[in-house]
Structures are given as structure tokens and as C-alpha cells.
Design a protein around this ligand. Structure first.
Ligand code: CAO
Length: 481
């Protein structure tokens, strides 16, 4: 059995402390020469550290998140068969043969374990040429430094030092280059998957092996509902670039940067709008009696300084509708295969703030009375306006309500707040003549607009949900049934 030898990070273009984002092998794995051991990710590119020779991984010296630089030991590999034989002379020849051959490295130089480092290989069948090219700078910075120090070696005779080339794909083709490690690219290439058709579910949207697998799985199963996060081949958005217009040609202009909240909510809204097949169901609720109750209760509670809003009643009624139609109180997974039904009832509400739209969440609305709900919404709305909402106050929602009733409008299309599957839009109530079977009667009518994810909810279910909600708001006693 040959002694395990170190596999080290080769010259990676001068980057230091580059985090490990994937460990591609485990102890006991038999690896081929040049097989990726770990993937490193700098802010510009991902790159694999290749196995310098074939063998068996005997120890892993790194874990996810470790930060590596050129020369860091990644693994101990026991060379296999010929590799062992090749590895030993190369190691032994480091101080003698290596300098003699180093000044004129061949275009594709064989892997040579130096004992100090593992020289990278620029072989023809590389899984990711971009990455390998940047890794396989020849000779490496450290090798040159070692050679420069050797007596009898003419540093001038060495090939000129070329600066490391960082591949800035994003700069060349903004938004067009899939963010994936070489191993994932290779995997996708072997399966004939176009990475541009996928959306990554990894950190910062990175494409994972699982994303490719899900894509293939769905393609083989003949399609079905498109997965959230995965577009079918031929079904990619393939959008035209955003029009780049110099408006100052037409008149005076002023550029105003979006706020941080606008940027965050905008990115979420764009994803939700593009990926969720939205349908909006409109209905009217007769809230004449409810409004009378609200006004009466507000009079009663005037001294306590408590104000009951219509929103609190709508939240309470929504919970009853969610309890009757549990599919609305659910989330679809990223693969579009499973629905998680929630047994708790946390309701988010859109709050308009000077910095943009936020959605605070009132927890366990099923367990609270309308007075308590009104108190919490007004406190959360005040915090939202002051920019003091914490992340916990904006998470865990099951269903959202966007009320523009205090402003105006007769209907609108709210955008589903993924991964929720439905959102209720509320517009301004108005007195309208309503036919009661015998005559027109003046009634206070509240317009409801329920947008839903049509992958999860059918139109008939949405119509039932909205009609039931309108019925509840028409007579809140029904919420007790
Ligand atoms: N019809 C008629 N009047 C309504 C109403 C409705 N549906 N809803 C509220 N009102 C009235 C209230 O009774 C109140 O009147 P009074 O002051 O005379 O009592 C007034 O409008 C203002 O209400 P409000 O909007 O301050 O309070 P609220 O509880 O209804 O709403 C909140 C609170 C936080 C939802 C609201 O302030 C808000 O931010 N709304 C905007 C939400 C939004 O931007 N949605 C769009 C998201 S997508 O871009």
C-alpha cells in the first residue's frame, strides 16, 4: 500500500482565503486524476481543486466554509497503481529534475507531486475549461519563486510571468451566465441540460446538482406543472434585454435610486409574478352590518383609545375561510411536487411605508379576538413606517392581505407572496344599490380580489373561498360555526 500523499490547492490566480463551497469527495472514494476534490468560490468565479493523481482518498483536510489559498492541503490521497509509481519519482526529483524541466513547461504538463505542492494539469478533457485555464497557469507563482531562489537557474530564461486571468463571466454577459460549480456544469453537460433553463436553489441562486436532477426528473416524467424554480426546456423566459434609453434626449430628468426595501421587495415581486401562474378572483362582500358593528365597538372602546379597523375583521374572517379550505393555507415546494399544509394561521398584511412595501405578520390569528388583532396590526404598521420591524415580525406568514381600502380603487391584482399560495386584495368599500329580491337597497359593498397560484388552487376553489369569505364578512356570526 502506497503512502498517502497531499493534494494541495494549486495556483489559483493570486486569490487568498477562498471559501470551500462544495466538498466533492468523501474518505474512501476512489478518484481519477483531475477529478474535482472541492469547489472554491471567489467573488468572480468558481473553481475546482483537482486530484493530482488517481487514487483513494484517505483523509479530507477541509470542510465546507473553510478558506483556502494556494498550497493549502485539501486531502491525503493514496496513489493507485501506476499513479503511485509516477508520483514517487516526481516527488523525489523535485530538487533536481523539476527545475530543469520547469523553464519550458509543455503546453499540457503532467501532474507532478512535488511534496510541497500539487502542480495543476491542463489536460484536454477537462470538465470546465474556463476554470482549468485559470488554475493551470504555468509555471505557478510559487514554483517560480522556488526556481528564482535556485542557484544556477536563470530567472530571465523562464517564460514571462503572465498575470492571472480572472474570468469575469458576469461582466461579459451580465445575468446570462449560470452560477454553477464546474462539477455541476460537467454534470449538466453530460446530461445535455442547458443551465440557462434552470434557476438555482443554492446560496445566492447558485445552481446545484439537485437542480439539474430535478430538471431531468421533470422532463422525463413528461412535464406536468412547471416547478417553482425550474423552467422547462423551450419554456425559458428568454426575455429581450431591458430597454436602455437616454431619456435626457427628450427632456429634463432626475435619477433616483430605489430604496433597499424597494430593491428587495421588487426582486421578490418579479420572481413571484414570473413564476406563479396568477389568476385573480373578484367578489363583493356586503359589510353594511359589519361596518355598523365596527363603528359601535369603536364608540364603546373610544376611551380605551382602541380603534377597530376593517382589516382586523377581514383577517379574522380569512382565517375561518382558510380553515374551511386548507389548501389556501399551504406552500408548494420548489420542485412543485408537494404541498405543505399549515396548521397555524399567521396572517401577513402589506404595509405602505416611506421606504417601500413591507409585510408584517400577525401570528396565531385564529387564537385572537379582533380587538387584539387590531392592536397588533396598528403596532406592527407603526413599526413598519418607522423602519423598526425585525425579520421575525415579517416571517412565518401563511396568507397575506393587501388592503388599499383606506386609499381607493374598485379592484386590483395583488401578487402572491411566495411561498404562500394566495393573497387577498381589499379595495375601498362604497354604498351601492343592491337588489334584495324585491327592491334595490343601499348596501355598503367591499370589493375583494383574491390572487392565487393556479398550480395549487383551481378556479372553482378560489370562487368558493372568496364567496365564503364574502359571506362571513356579511355575517360574522358564521365565523363561529
Ligand atoms: N373601505 C373603505 N374605507 C376603509 C377601508 C375600506 N376597505 N379600509 C380602511 N378604510 C378607512 C379606515 O376606516 C380609515 O378611516 P377612518 O380614519 O375614518 O377610520 C382609513 O380608511 C384609513 O385606514 P388605514 O388604511 O390607515 O387602516 P387599515 O387598518 O385599513 O390599514 C394598513 C392599515 C397598514 C394596511 C394601511 O395603512 C396600509 O399601509 N395600506 C396600504 C397597503 C398597500 O400598500 N398595499 C399594496 C401592496 S402592493 O403594492
Amino acid at each position: 500500500m502506497a503512502d498517502p500523499k497531499e493534494a494541495r490547492v494549486p495556483d489559483i490566480g493570486g486569490y487568498d482565503d477562498v471559501p470551500v463551497i462544495e466538498v466533492l469527495v468523501a474518505v474512501g472514494d476512489v478518484v481519477k486524476q483531475d477529478q474535482g476534490l472541492v469547489t472554491l468560490e471567489s467573488d468572480k468565479a468558481t473553481m475546482e481543486v483537482p486530484a493530482p493523481f488517481a487514487g483513494t482518498v484517505r483523509a479530507l483536510q477541509v470542510k465546507l466554509g473553510d478558506k483556502l489559498s494556494e498550497g493549502s492541503v485539501v486531502a491525503l490521497i493514496e496513489p493507485a497503481g501506476d499513479a503511485a509509481a509516477d508520483a514517487k519519482p516526481a516527488a523525489a526529483s523535485e530538487t533536481t529534475a523539476a527545475p530543469a524541466t520547469a523553464p519550458t513547461p509543455p503546453p499540457t504538463k503532467p501532474t507532478a507531486e512535488t511534496g510541497e505542492r500539487v502542480e495543476p494539469v491542463a489536460a484536454s478533457k477537462q470538465p470546465d475549461n474556463i476554470t482549468r485555464q485559470s488554475i493551470a497557469a504555468a509555471p505557478s507563482t510559487a514554483t517560480r519563486a522556488a526556481l528564482d531562489d535556485k542557484p544556477g537557474i536563470d530567472a530571465e530564461a523562464l517564460p514571462p510571468r503572465s498575470p492571472p486571468v480572472a474570468f469575469d463571466a458576469e461582466g461579459l454577459m451580465p445575468g446570462k451566465v449560470p452560477f454553477a460549480s464546474p462539477a455541476v456544469r460537467l454534470f449538466a453537460r453530460e446530461l445535455g441540460v442547458d443551465l440557462l433553463q434552470l434557476q438555482g436553489t443554492g446560496p445566492n441562486g447558485r445552481l446545484l446538482k439537485e437542480d439539474v436532477q430535478q430538471y431531468v426528473k421533470r422532463s422525463l416524467s413528461g412535464g406536468g406543472a412547471p416547478a417553482a424554480g425550474v423552467a422547462h426546456a423551450g419554456g425559458g423566459l428568454n426575455l429581450l434585454p431591458w430597454p436602455n434609453v437616454d431619456f435626457s434626449k427628450f427632456g429634463e430628468t432626475e435619477v433616483k435610486a430605489l430604496t433597499r426595501i424597494q430593491k428587495i421587495s421588487g426582486a421578490n415581486l418579479a420572481r413571484n409574478w414570473a413564476m406563479i401562474p396568477h389568476v385573480t378572483q373578484h367578489d363583493d362582500a356586503d359589510i353594511t352590518d359589519l361596518e355598523a358593528l365596527r363603528v359601535a365597538l369603536n364608540k364603546e372602546n373610544e376611551k380605551a383609545g382602541l380603534k377597530l379597523t376593517m382589516l382586523a375583521f377581514i383577517m379574522k374572517a380569512s382565517v375561518s375561510a382558510l380553515q374551511k379550505y386548507p389548501n389556501f393555507n399551504a406552500s408548494l415546494d420548489a420542485a412543485g411536487e408537494n404541498l405543505t399544509l399549515k396548521k397555524y394561521f399567521n396572517i401577513g398584511f402589506a404595509a405602505d411605508t416611506p421606504n417601500g412595501l413591507v409585510v408584517p405578520v400577525v401570528r396565531d390569528v385564529d387564537k385572537k379576538g379582533v380587538l387584539q388583532i387590531a392592536k397588533e396590526t396598528s403596532e406592527l404598521a407603526a413599526k413598519a413606517r418607522d423602519g423598526k420591524l425585525g425579520p421575525a415580525e415579517m416571517s412565518g406568514g401563511c396568507f397575506s392581505i393587501s388592503s388599499l381600502g383606506g386609499i381607493g380603487g374598485t379592484s386590483f391584482t395583488p401578487i402572491v407572496n411566495a411561498p404562500e399560495v394566495a393573497i387577498l386584495g381589499v379595495s375601498k368599500s362604497a354604498m351601492k344599490p343592491v337588489w334584495d329580491g324585491k327592491q334595490f337597497a343601499p348596501r355598503l359593498v367591499l370589493p375583494l380580489s383574491l390572487s392565487y397560484d393556479h398550480r395549487v388552487i383551481d378556479g372553482a376553489a378560489a370562487a368558493r373561498f372568496t364567496a365564503y369569505l364574502a359571506q362571513l364578512l356579511g355575517d360574522m356570526r358564521r365565523a363561529m360555526l
